[in-house]
Design a protein around this ligand. Structure first.
Ligand code: PGA
Length: 263
């Protein structure tokens, strides 16, 4: 796992956007896994900037979003579909025919989830998966106790997640109790993973996820089993890491490290 600690949110967003842009330039038809939430907003803004100023081309990109609230139609203002259109899709030259966000108001969630997995496979699997992390340690909506073998399915949301996400709704009662989410097994099959986190309120969970034992109670720890994970943090989110000096040394000596380990 490569850990990059940035001084603040803006720098974290710039570094994350550069990592994504590099992959897009390497493979013009990249299959990109995308996340929602407050964390990636700055990263998407930076990607839009790179698109506008440097012509980063999204026209052949395919994208799959991690999750969506059950019951919300794609046009609902609290849906993740709406969020993605507003924060990224409408601001770059992505072809909307190549964009997949789970459909929250599907009549048959079970069949739909199978279909979603099939689409990921049909497009050759996810090349780079972008992730945030919840305060309960979730990636996507894989709440505590989710199987590391899980695939796209419906999950009941954890109390803390409902509380945290109520800030986007008029009241806590309006927050959906269920979501369609890619599974941990789905995420672990992505070729590369980029997890971003910022803020003091993520410091505990970030330390557990990077330095704690692997446990399905903190589903992000499953990423310790993946061979190509980059974590970009701001100073606040990194503040409880015990081995911060080591991660910084590796970052500052990247050329030496690349020469030795080939990454
Ligand atoms: P946040 O959510 O970016 O809004 O903090 C992250 C997550 O729940 O994965």
């Amino acid at each position: 796992m490569e850990i990059i600690i940035a001084p603040d949110y803006e720098e974290m967003s710039k570094i994350s956007a550069r990592i994504i842009a590099l992959e897009i330039r390497r493979k013009h038809d990249l299959v990109l896994g995308l996340a929602t939430g407050d964390t990636p907003v700055g990263t998407y803004q930076q990607l839009v900037k790179i698109h506008q100023e440097e012509g980063l081309d999204f026209s052949k990109i395919k994208s799959f979003n991690l999750d969506e609230y059950v019951g919300l139609a794609p046009l609902h203002k609290n849906s993740y579909n709406f969020f993605m259109r507003e924060n990224l899709f409408e601001q770059v030259n992505i072809n909307m025919a190549n964009v997949f966000v789970p459909q929250g108001n599907t009549d048959d969630p079970e069949e739909y989830c199978k279909w979603y997995e099939e689409q990921i496979n049909n497009y050759g699997g996810i090349d780079l998966q972008v992730l945030g992390i919840g305060r309960d340690g979730h990636i996507a909506f894989n709440e505590p106790g989710s199987s590391f073998a899980s695939r796209t399915r419906v999950k009941a949301l954890f109390k803390q997640t409902i509380e945290d996400n109520s800030r986007f709704f008029n009241s806590i009662e309006e927050v959906p109790r269920f979501a369609i989410t890619m599974g941990i097994g789905t995420i672990l099959e992505a070729r590369k993973v980029l997890l971003i986190a910022n803020g003091k309120n993520k410091a505990d969970v970030v330390a557990s996820f990077i330095e704690g034992p692997v446990t399905s109670q903190i589903t992000a720890t499953a990423l310790q089993l993946h061979t190509h994970v980059t974590v970009v943090l701001d100073e606040d989110a990194a503040s409880n890491l015990v081995r911060k000096d080591y991660y910084n040394w590796v970052r500052d000596n990247k050329h030496l490290v690349q020469k030795m380990v080939g990454r």
